[in-house]
Design a protein around this ligand. Structure first.
Ligand SMILES: [Zn+2]
Ligand SMILES: [Zn+2]
Length: 260
């Protein structure tokens, strides 16, 4: 069975809808994964607003972590307005489970209503380190990322295909070794390349990496494809196109779609 992934948003930190970001897009983290009946969303950034869920009775949403750019789209997730079962998976961070994380943001006065008060039913699942879980027909497991406050790197497996979602990940010797092992043989590795090496020197400890490191990890783990994601909101189309050419690696664009 084929697995289709579509980029609904690959901007990091904040949305960036401007004339100079039209090519790579301005919406924040959201990736749609489709296989047969299964519909899975990786993160609920502003890109989630354009999810195509019409007629769907069940969807799965995997949260890497609760930073704003990964949650802000949830209140306008189209599935909330449908007779739909929404399964939300995420780890506990800073002592709060996924429901508690979301209720911090989606409550007055920051958001007018709890989104779960609509026609959809929401089911929360707290995922544990080292324990694989099912999301539809996928097996999913995760490793902790290197990111302030914590984040999850997810690995989705189905029918022998492997998709690894390494967003909000800061490199370092230990981090790289762990990810290389975790992502071994990935059909597609999505990798946080928010910074150039020079920018990373300015922002050490901010929890993000570079396209150069993504390329190196992709080669070391034998990934068939690597897409750089989580583009800095200040990075224009010209800047990202130049990086892509220089590194010979794909920088994801909103609307990109691939079959694994
Ligand atoms: Zn982020
Ligand atoms: Zn983050």
């Amino acid at each position: 069975m084929s697995i289709r992934i579509t980029v609904l948003g690959c901007r990091g930190s904040l949305p960036a809808g401007r004339k100079d970001t039209v090519l790579f897009g301005g919406d924040t983290s959201c990736y749609e994964v489709q296989a047969g009946e299964d519909l899975i969303y990786l993160d609920a950034g502003s890109g989630l607003v354009s999810a195509q869920t019409q007629g769907t009775r069940e969807v799965h949403l995997l949260l890497s972590h609760p930073h704003l750019d990964h949650l802000m789209g949830f209140g306008l997730f189209p599935a909330l307005r449908q007779d739909c079962r929404i399964h939300i998976y995420g780890a506990a961070w800073e002592g709060r489970n996924p429901e508690e994380q979301m209720r911090l943001l989606f409550a007055p006065p920051l958001w007018p209503v709890w989104p779960g008060d609509g026609p959809a039913q929401i089911f929360f699942h707290t995922v544990m380190p080292g324990e694989a879980f099912r999301a539809g027909g996928f097996w999913v497991d995760w490793m902790p990322s290197f990111h302030p406050g914590g984040s999850a790197v997810y690995r989705l497996r189905r029918d022998g295909k492997i998709l690894v979602y390494a967003t909000d990940f800061e490199h370092g010797i230990e981090a790289e070794q762990e990810l290389i092992r975790f992502a071994e043989g990935a059909d597609l590795l999505l990798y946080d390349g928010q910074y150039t090496p020079e920018e990373h020197d300015i922002y050490p400890g901010f929890g993000h990496s570079t396209g150069e490191t993504g390329r190196r990890i992709g080669e070391a783990c034998g990934a068939k494809r690597v897409w750089i994601i989580h583009h800095d909101p200040r990075a224009t189309d010209v800047i990202l196109t130049e990086r892509e050419k220089r590194l010979g690696i794909h920088y994801a664009r909103q609307g990109d779609s691939a079959e694994l």
